[in-house]
Ligand binder design. Structure first.
Ligand code: ADP
Ligand code: MG
Length: 621
């Protein structure tokens, strides 16, 4: 009953997996050229690869025997025994691609090695050998793939629009060009040259591909350890994007996708990224090939690390360090960014007295009367105790908060933020915020408001995180006190490993306000969530909780409530970049100063600072 499939049928089936679309053939051919040590690779495309895909390289070339052999299934020069799989440095190793491509297209190969004077030209069509002759050609190899899927019309019909297919090709081209800046690449599409990339450095290649504006955004990352070497660039967090655009991981120069490593990047930028923006990065991980498995996915874009957690931790700390060194991390909040410093003198500039125009009819008192009792004056006259929802601290409470605050800041100050020295008075001053106060948002990051003694500047994200943290923390012992039921319960699927871990923290997570059932083996059903949780964020939050448990499980065990409250607060807080209206700003100010420790963020950084009048007067002297 059982038949062995003829090779050409097996090849066609395999082609379905390896070559789903023209872009996949592009990837395989370009990777073969790189494996053949080419230093110059040309890609020629017609009709988004449906009519022609040609890759010309100046690599090793093939002799006559190899040129015939290379289309056989499992024909590869890259490995010869099983152990070789653990020392892979080449892109290919399965010997499947050319057999698969030749099964579903008309292929013309021209190739010549340095040693031979003449090259060989060979045609093959739907796995059938069509002819072979001697030819004159340059050293290296040229594969022309014509009429892809000519004998599998179903696949051809499955292809998307020309533009979409070309976009896939472009993605592959760029991934490969990024991974190999020392190789010269060009891309010709429908007879027009789209790219010509000379041999260059990675920074230059990024600029060649994405434009000059990228240069100042790039922060270098470099970390060498026994487990993994990391290099590449991350873009400054302020250039993060709305969509997941340029996020590239290369492991041993192979492009891979990894949400786990992406999380490490996000984690390293905690507090620096605005809202839901996605950071841009080009990161290269170099790792002993025996410590990874690239053979878990047909297109090899997913890989398995033997020691995934260490790679995560090293990546995160490498990024943190780079961001810190380049003055982007919050620990350096108080240092001046050199880009923003205005040069006071300039050699070639003639200083002129500013030409001031004065309105002679201006009477300042008139204006003040107009404003009347609102903003300015009442801000000073109506102390905050008149506010309904403000929980006024009693004197003893104030003292207590202050002591606690002071100790914590003192601890922190020795290391991170020497300039931050609030005096006892600054804490007292909090009660002097006016009732109908005038609040103002600066760059969707800071809230400015007037105090009796000066100007209060609040970091909105840190402040709201502090507020939520205290609220969640207080509610924790009451078990699901502040839960809101979801209209549409959400399913979240976890890997078996994650599910086991999640069961360990299920009780804790439920006491935060999550209402969770488990309808199936690896499925969580989220029926309710803690207050202030956005329904669309639920899976992200669960993932973040799980990750923080994974990565800091000791700290978690020591004080799980603190950890969870902090995590949830970080996920749910108002982010930098979010515009707030007056009411929201005032509510946040009220809530912040109803906190036990209003001036300290959950990461022990300032949430708010006060610029005193006396300081302002000094600056204007
Ligand atoms: P793999 O890359 O997994 O070895 P392929 O089917 O892609 O399998 O290629 C088969 C073999 O053909 C390669 O191992 C290599 O020896 C040879 N080959 C393919 N492309 C080239 C090229 N551009 N230059 C030189 N040799 C090549
Ligand atoms: Mg190959």
């Amino acid at each position: 009953m059982i038949n062995l499939l003829p090779d050409h049928v097996a090849n066609q089936i395999a082609a379905g997996e390896v070559v789903q679309r023209p872009a996949a053939a592009v990837k395989e051919l370009m990777e073969n050229a790189i494996d053949a040590q080419a230093t110059d690779i040309k890609l020629i495309i017609k009709d988004s690869g449906k009519t022609l895909i040609q890759v010309i390289d100046n690599g090793s070339g093939m002799n006559e025997v190899d040129a015939r052999m290379c289309f056989e299934r499992h024909a590869t020069s890259k490995i010869s025994k099983a152990e070789d799989l653990f020392a892979l440095r080449t892109k290919g190793f399965r010997g499947e691609a050319l057999a698969a491509i030749a099964a579903i297209a008309q292929v013309e190969l021209k190739t010549k090695t340095e040693e031979s004077e003449l090259g060989i030209q060979l045609t093959i069509e739907g796995s059938k050998f069509k002819g072979q002759e001697i030819c004159t050609c340059a050293n290296g190899t040229s594969f022309s793939i014509k009429n892809l899927f000519f004998n599998v019309p179903a696949r051809r019909n499955f292809l998307k629009s020309d533009r979409a297919e070309y976009k896939y090709i472009l993605d592959e081209f760029i991934r490969i060009a990024l991974a190999h800046p020392v190789i010269t690449f060009s891309l010709i599409n429908n007879e027009k040259e789209q790219y010509r990339l000379p041999k260059e450095t990675l920074r230059q290649r990024l600029v060649s591909l994405y434009g000059k504006k990228y240069n100042p955004r790039l922060v270098p990352v470099e970390e060498n350890t026994d487990i993994v070497n990391i290099s590449g660039f991350v873009c400054k967090p302020e250039f993060a994007k709305k969509s997941r655009g340029e996020q590239y991981f290369f492991v041993n120069d192979r492009f891979i996708k990894s949400s786990y490593l992406n999380h490490a990047v996000l984690n390293s930028m905690e507090g620096l990224l605005q809202g839901d923006l996605h950071p841009t990065y080009f990161l290269f991980l170099d790792i002993d090939p025996s410590k990874i498995d690239v053979n878990i996915h047909p297109t090899k874009t997913e890989i398995k690390f033997e020691d995934e957690r260490s790679v995560y931790a090293i990546l995160r700390s490498a990024l943190k360090r780079s961001l810190g060194q380049y003055n982007i991390a919050p620990s350096l909040d108080f240092s001046l960014n050199p880009e923003f410093q205005v040069p006071i003198t300039s050699k070639n500039r003639v200083l002129r007295t500013p030409n001031v125009q004065v309105d002679p009819t201006f009477n300042p008192f008139e204006q003040e009367r107009e404003i009347g009792n609102s903003a300015l004056s009442s801000g000073i006259n109506n102390p905050i105790e008149h506010q309904q929802n403000y929980r006024k601290p009693t004197n003893s409470e104030k003292g207590k908060h202050w002591e606690a605050l002071f100790e914590e800041i003192q601890d922190d100050m020795n290391t991170a933020i020497p300039e931050y020295q609030p005096s006892v008075e600054t804490v007292e001053m909090e009660v002097d915020i006016g009732e109908s106060r005038f609040s103002f948002q600066l760059q969707n990051k800071f809230i400015l408001t007037q105090l009796k003694s000066g100007l209060l500047i609040i970091d909105q994200q840190r402040a709201h995180t502090r507020v939520l943290y205290e609220q969640y923390f207080k509610s924790l012992p009451n078990k699901r006190p502040l839960s809101q039921q979801l209209l549409f319960p959400q399913e979240i699927y976890l890997s078996p490993g994650d599910m086991e871990l999640f069961k360990e923290i299920l009780d804790d997570v439920e006491s935060l306000g999550f209402d969770i059932s488990m309808p199936a083996e690896l499925c969580l059903m989220i029926n309710g969530v803690p207050f202030e949780t956005k329904a669309g964020e639920v899976d992200k939050i669960i993932e973040a909780l799980l990750d923080s448990y994974k990565n800091e499980s000791d700290a978690w065990k020591q004080d799980s409530h603190k950890y969870m409250a902090k995590n949830l607060a970080l996920s749910n807080s108002v982010k930098t970049g979010q515009a707030l209206n007056t009411e929201e700003m005032n509510q946040l100010i009220d809530e912040l100063f109803a906190c036990e420790m209003p001036f300290v963020s959950v990461h022990n950084k300032p949430t708010a600072i006060i610029l005193e009048m006396s300081e302002l007067f000094k600056r204007f002297q």
